[in-house]
Design a protein around this ligand. Structure first.
Ligand code: CP
Ligand code: NVA
Length: 313
């Protein structure tokens, strides 16, 4: 079964024009909020159900606040109460919710859960993070780079994002959005933790002129970077691998020595939560090139742009 409704579970499903539309609305709503203290009420009477299989600070607060500011409402549901796929099947939960609310957002372990939801839902399904990807994070990250390099909505074409660390969900969404926006993407990761060749082939086939590189050398990755990105070395669900990962990833810490090898204008991004002293030092996180808190705040605005467009029509 496939129902004709627009979801947001992966950057791959959306055209450049559509992603730019989300961003355009995000910047517009942010300007209205910051300049005039106004909030467009484009989601008045709309409700978003939010399901969490994993913890969250930024995603939960930014989605709930986005719905409030747009005149709508969010219902936050924990896995303890819903038992998605345990107390009740994913299909049945989806078929119940889509008759009551106007959107379903979920943070899940297995990306297949989101795909299954899209097969049953008559309302948009939104990925609030899965093992595969974190597309809402990528939208906020692009906003933050646009703030820096375009002074607002603009073109990032030709800019280079260097991701230092694990070829994970966040890296995947960033690589995809870089391709869609004409950016270069370079990942520095230890052997065995690079992005899969099938994924690289997919991104490259869609964006044949993209410069998509992978290296094991962090200093090579940052050399021509406009933005340098860190994420945890141990994603949620990988706690059993923590000890081995911390050893393997130690050379991939964003520290002063590594940032010193990047261009002076390069900014530092981190999706957060940060494990200070592990993947990023205090000096870099709190240093002049860091934009990590502005980036976190952009989660609210990016979410508003996407939600207003998908749920508001
Ligand atoms: N960056 C991010 O998604 O943060 P949370 O896990 O706190 O939502
Ligand atoms: N890669 C991290 C991102 C946290 C926002 C995780 O999946 O836990």
């Amino acid at each position: 079964m496939s129902i004709d409704v627009e979801h947001f579970i992966s950057i791959r499903d959306h055209t450049t024009a559509r992603l730019e539309r989300f961003l355009e609305v995000a910047f517009l709503l942010r300007n209205q909020r910051q300049m005039r203290g106004e909030h467009a009420q484009s989601l008045r009477g709309k409700t978003l159900a939010m399901l969490f299989e994993k913890p969250s600070l930024r995603t939960r607060v930014s989605f709930e606040q986005a719905m409030n500011e747009l005149g709508g409402h969010a219902i936050v549901l924990s896995q303890n109460e819903v038992g998605l796929g345990k107390r009740e099947s994913v299909a049945d939960v989806t078929r119940v919710l889509d008759g009551m609310v106007h959107g379903i957002a979920a943070r899940v372990y297995d990306h297949a859960t989101l795909v299954e939801m899209t097969e049953y839902s008559c309302v948009p399904v939104i990925n609030m993070l899965s093992d595969d990807s974190h597309p809402c994070q990528a939208l906020a990250d692009v906003m933050t780079m646009m703030d820096e390099f375009c002074n607002g909505l603009g073109s990032l074409s030709g800019r280079t994002l260097a991701f230092v660390g694990d070829g994970n969900n966040v890296a995947r969404s960033l690589a995809m959005i870089c391709g869609k926006l004409g950016m270069n993407f370079i990942l520095a990761s230890p052997p065995g933790y690079q992005l899969e060749s099938t994924f690289v082939d997919e991104v490259m086939s869609e964006n044949p002129t993209m410069n998509f590189e992978q290296t094991h050398d962090a200093s090579v990755a940052v050399k021509y970077a406009d933005a340098i990105y860190a994420d945890t070395f141990v994603s949620m669900g990988q706690e059993d691998e923590k000890e081995a990962r911390l050893t393997t990833f130690a050379p991939y810490q964003l520290n002063e020595a590594l940032i010193g090898q990047a261009p002076d204008h390069a900014i530092v991004l981190h999706c957060l939560p940060a494990y200070r002293g592990v993947e990023i030092t205090d000096g870099v996180m709190d240093g002049p090139q860091s934009r990590v808190f502005a980036q976190a705040h952009n989660r609210l605005h990016a979410q508003k742009g996407m939600l207003a467009t998908l749920l508001g029509g």
